[in-house]
Design a protein around this ligand. Structure first.
Ligand SMILES: Cc1ncc(COP(=O)(O)O)c(C=O)c1O
Ligand SMILES: [Zn+2]
Length: 466
């Protein structure tokens, strides 16, 4: 199979254990060398000179290695060809600073595209912008849950409300838009479940063929919730880390755009929109504390990055929210490293009902621990029993039905509040990242009908009387 890409670029062998590498940095930084913005994608992996001005709306100047800082041309690649470090997007910070404003954002659409100035836009062509209405989800006060947890100013960022039911719609919006701009005609992903649904849905709307790779034994709602969109669902006999390794090879061999592999620099930036929305919905202030579920650790690092960018562009006043992470005990490599006070993530073999968070070898784990340390946050883990309790507590108090990842967030939040790691007075935002209808299995055997009756008034009266 040829490695040639339609743009003349070539795919790079992954070279990393799981293809999940991406970095976080504290704010936008000026590029040292510029990528072309003249609508053509240059052949070859390295750019050599500054070229034209960015056309309106384009925000990205190139890619840069997070480790050695070498810059590379824009293309479907995520690993530095010099040192195999993770690539990240380099923004045209001067251009962005010249146009971004609270007013411009407020005048934008009710989707994550209202933050287009701060997201990786590769093309000025509107046909390259995929939009299924993702993002701008509710941020709601959660007083009843707060009262149960001993928190006086608790908020829920409700990402169950995205088109395919999870925050993955955000990252996929960026990945497929980048794929379009780069001329890729097939989209794929390695998924713990939610990404499969998000890629399938957005690919359907974009009219692109999709291949989604998942562990074979995922929840039914995740499998059917991807297949229904007409995607090719590839059920792999292995866990997520096996799936991800396979996908790194497929990306090399097939020339497809893999949302979270070779399109990862663009994909990962989509999670910043959660941070942008939290700030705007709090009237351009930042909360004291944010609690975020961790699988690869990307969402956590990108929400932190978003807060830094808002400060850099003068959209919020300086404030450094504490950022805390939430894992399941059955897959807790990041929490375990945090507890050891180490940045060295020891891979685990996942065994938890929180399947969406079951990444045993999380490449952004290192960066997630750093963010928690630097901001004064914490990273915890909870057993499966508490995950179910967390799902029920959130649903019963706030009317939000979250999947297991939401249960992980709420259960960790409870422990943080009880142990004083989060103070009663802090303004806390809990990120609820996926919809409960996708993981009904988790509740099976725990809850069910309250009364079972025959269709007669007598029988009902008897049942209600207990
Ligand atoms: C519902 C849900 N929440 C959180 C996460 C964690 O995301 P990340 O890999 O960015 O840490 C995932 C990842 O699949 C997810 O599906
Ligand atoms: Zn490098």
């Amino acid at each position: 199979m040829s490695e040639d890409h339609p743009c003349g670029l070539q795919f790079l062998s992954d070279g990393l254990p799981d293809g999940e590498a991406v970095g976080v940095f504290g704010g936008l930084q000026p590029a040292t060398r510029r990528a072309p913005h003249d609508g053509t994608m240059r052949t070859g992996r390295h750019m050599t000179a500054a070229t034209t001005e960015a056309p309106s709306g384009v925000t990205v100047e190139g890619l840069r290695c997070r480790e050695c800082r070498e810059q590379e041309a824009i293309g479907p690649s995520h690993v530095c060809s010099f040192c195999f470090g993770p690539l990240e997007v380099v923004y045209d910070t001067a251009g962005i600073a010249g146009r971004v404003s609270r007013e411009r954002i407020a005048a934008g659409p009710a989707s994550l595209w209202r933050y287009a100035d701060l997201l990786p836009v590769l093309s000025a062509d509107p046909a390259h912008r995929i939009d299924l209405g993702t993002g701008f989800t509710p941020l709601r006060p959660a007083p009843r849950l707060g009262a149960r947890l001993g928190l006086d100013d608790l908020w829920i960022k409700d990402d169950t409300r995205n088109p395919s039911g999870s925050f993955k719609d955000r990252v996929v919006t960026m990945a497929i838009s980048a794929a379009r701009a780069l001329g890729l005609d097939t989209i794929a992903c390695a998924s713990t479940g939610n990404l499969a649904g998000a890629v399938s849905a957005h690919a359907a709307q974009a009219g692109m063929p999709a291949y989604v790779f998942i562990p074979r034994d995922l929840e039914r709602g995740k499998i059917l919730g991807a297949a229904v969109y007409g995607a090719n669902v590839v059920a792999v006999d292995g866990n997520y880390d096996d799936v991800n390794r396979l996908c790194a090879e497929v990306a090399d061999a097939r020339g497809w755009g893999f949302a979270n592999v070779n399109l990862r620099p663009f994909y990962a930036e989509g999670s910043k929109s959660i941070g942008f929305e939290i700030a705007e919905q709090l009237d351009w202030t930042l909360p004291d504390h944010v609690v975020i579920p961790i699988a690869s650790g990307s969402m956590l690092t990108k929400i932190h990055k978003a807060f830094g960018e808002l400060q850099d562009f003068g959209l919020v006043d300086d404030a450094t929210p504490r950022i805390s992470g939430a894992q399941a005990t059955g897959c807790s490599p990041v929490a375990e490293a945090f507890e050891r006070d180490s940045l060295d993530i020891r891979p685990q073999k996942p065994d938890t009902i929180a399947r969406s968070l079951a990444i045993g070898n999380p490449a952004d784990g290192y960066y997630a621990v750093k963010v928690a340390n630097e901001t004064g946050g914490t990273i915890g883990h909870v057993p499966d029993r508490e995950i179910v309790d967390g799902m029920r507590l959130l649903a019963e108090t706030e009317g939000v039905f979250a999947e297991t990842a939401g249960g992980v967030t709420v259960a960790n939040l409870k422990r943080f509040a009880e142990s004083g790691r989060i103070g009663r007075d802090e303004r806390v935002v809990a990120v609820i990242s996926g919809n409960g209808y996708k993981t009904l299995e988790a509740l099976e055997g725990h809850i069910g009908p309250t009364f079972e009756v025959t269709p007669t008034l007598d029988d009902l009266d008897r049942a209600l009387a207990g």
